[in-house]
Design a protein around this ligand. Structure first.
Ligand SMILES: Nc1nc2c(ncn2[C@@H]2O[C@H](COP(=O)(O)OP(=O)(O)OP(=O)(O)O)[C@@H](O)[C@H]2O)c(=O)[nH]1
Ligand SMILES: [Mg+2]
Length: 364
């Protein structure tokens, strides 16, 4: 087993993917919800293996609430654990006396605490998450390993369906200049490399130069491109989606003014029976402020999002605001972009990569 840069052993704990990839934003879960129940997702080679791991990590009293098969043939189980149970489990493995009342010891987590402060997390977030991580610690586990695994498994990873005969319309939405167009082109390059039939379309047709820029990228990828006007009905025909595996739909920045049009787009596409499915991803810049993140999320809160993309992680060593925001929303992460280069720097999100971001402020 290898150690990653923050001494987190790669292991098989990962966020569960819901059977339906689309999610509604979970707006600010109340602290009551958080305090009542902890949900953990544990992955194993098969159901038996996953259950054994869950039992080992979270105790006999943890309640299995769901299980599902993953694309690589494994199984992920979701288990619920009440804080009292977690406290009991932590203490039974140590002294055994007064289990539920005993406070978990986090004095060994100073190095983790310092790392998290450097990445920009605030003290309250740090202490509460250190406690949650420490509750499920196993004997002899290094605090950095424990926290890396814990926090990686707190993120949800976006599911990217690939159904033969169904065209996926992948739309990137978000604030101006966050990297929507660049991200779609990088994604397009991955699809082309994987020999998928790619189409491109843009709703950003009013801004000077935007259509020409996107057309240039489409030519570079060898993909046909459609420029759509704001009042155009968005169908598989107008989007040029027929016969394509995927159509990459660019949108214009400035969240608030896009929202009505995108809501109409969702309605139009969901009403259609033609084989096309829309996956909308909200794009966040890693250096965005907490208020900007809240604003854009609010603007699109009625949309059914498939997940989010984090861009520009190369521009900051303190991505705490965006990571906290995503965790709070429970929004699945699809990709992480760390550079301007179109051919590189667009990675599929994984629990390990997100743990790197939390603990190091960068990906390795
Ligand atoms: N450093 C860095 N720059 C990026 C990244 N992604 C995009 N950019 C740059 O950010 C700038 C804006 O990118 P765009 O893709 O045009 O952003 P957009 O969201 O489409 O912008 P609008 O269409 O104007 O709303 C460009 O200079 C990109 O090269 C990234 O991951 N890292
Ligand atoms: Mg753009």
């Amino acid at each position: 087993m290898s150690l990653c840069a923050h001494r987190c052993r790669r292991f098989r704990c990962s966020p569960i993917t819901k059977s339906s990839p689309r999610v509604r934003l979970r707006r600010r879960p109340s602290s009551r919800w958080r305090n009542e129940m902890q949900i953990h997702r544990v992955r194993g080679n098969d159901l038996k293996d996953a259950l054994q791991r869950a039992r080992r990590n979270f105790g006999e009293g943890a309640l299995v609430i769901s299980h599902e098969r993953t694309s690589d043939g494994g199984v992920t189980v979701a288990v619920a654990q009440r804080p009292a149970q977690a406290g009991m489990q932590a203490s039974t493995t140590s002294s055994g006396a007064e289990p539920a009342k005993q406070e978990v010891d986090i004095t060994a987590y100073d190095e983790v605490r310092q790392r998290l402060a450097q990445t920009g997390f605030d003290a309250e977030w740090i202490e509460s998450n250190l406690r949650r991580a420490a509750h499920a610690a196993r004997h002899g586990e290094h605090p950095m390993d424990r926290f890396g695994v814990f926090i990686g498994s707190e993120f949800r990873i976006a599911h990217l369906p690939n159904t033969p005969g169904v065209t996926r319309l992948v739309a990137f939405i978000g604030n101006t200049g966050v990297g929507k167009t660049t991200g779609l082109v990088k994604l397009g390059a991955r699809f082309v490399q994987a020999k998928r039939k790619v189409g491109m379309a843009t709703l950003d047709s009013q801004r000077v130069g935007a259509v020409d820029q996107y057309r240039g990228y489409a030519e570079m990828l060898g993909a046909p491109m459609r420029a759509l006007h704001a009042d155009e009905t968005l169908t598989t025909q107008t989007l040029g989606a027929h016969g394509k595996d995927v159509v990459l739909l660019d949108t214009k920045g400035c969240a608030e003014s896009d929202a009505p049009q995108l809501k109409a787009l969702h309605r139009t596409l969901y009403d259609q029976t033609a084989g096309a499915e829309l996956d909308t991803f909200l794009v966040f810049s890693a250096s965005a402020s907490r208020s900007a993140l809240r604003e854009v999320t609010e603007a699109f809160s009625d949309l059914r999002l498939a997940g989010c993309v984090i861009t520009k992680i190369d521009e900051t060593r303190q991505p705490a605001a965006v990571l906290e925001h995503i965790l709070e929303l429970g929004l699945p992460v699809a990709f992480v972009s760390d550079g301007q280069d179109l051919g590189l720097n667009f990675r599929r999100a994984t629990p390990e990569l997100l743990a790197d971001l939390v603990l190091l402020g960068r990906v390795e």
